[in-house]
Design a protein around this ligand. Structure first.
Ligand SMILES: [Zn+2]
Length: 69
């Protein structure tokens, strides 16, 4: 699947972030670069928010693996 704005390939974290922050029922998604621009956030801030949700065990994101920490 690809970002509908810049057509970059997206991963499950991009999809989870879009569903969490934009639209839970979306059928097309943005990459994290476009998503942070859309929200008016820096990419670093967005990554921090995603990390927080993942640490809380949010089901929209893949579980944190040991190698991610
Ligand atoms: Zn994009």
């Amino acid at each position: 699947m690809n970002c509908y704005l810049c057509e970059k390939e997206i991963d499950t974290i991009d999809i989870g972030a879009h569903r969490k922050l934009i639209d839970k029922c979306a059928s097309r998604y943005m990459c994290r670069d476009c998503l942070s621009r859309e929200l008016g956030w820096s990419r670093e801030y967005l990554d921090g928010i995603i990390q927080m949700y993942r640490e809380r065990g949010c089901m929209l994101f893949p579980p944190i693996k040991k190698e991610d920490l």
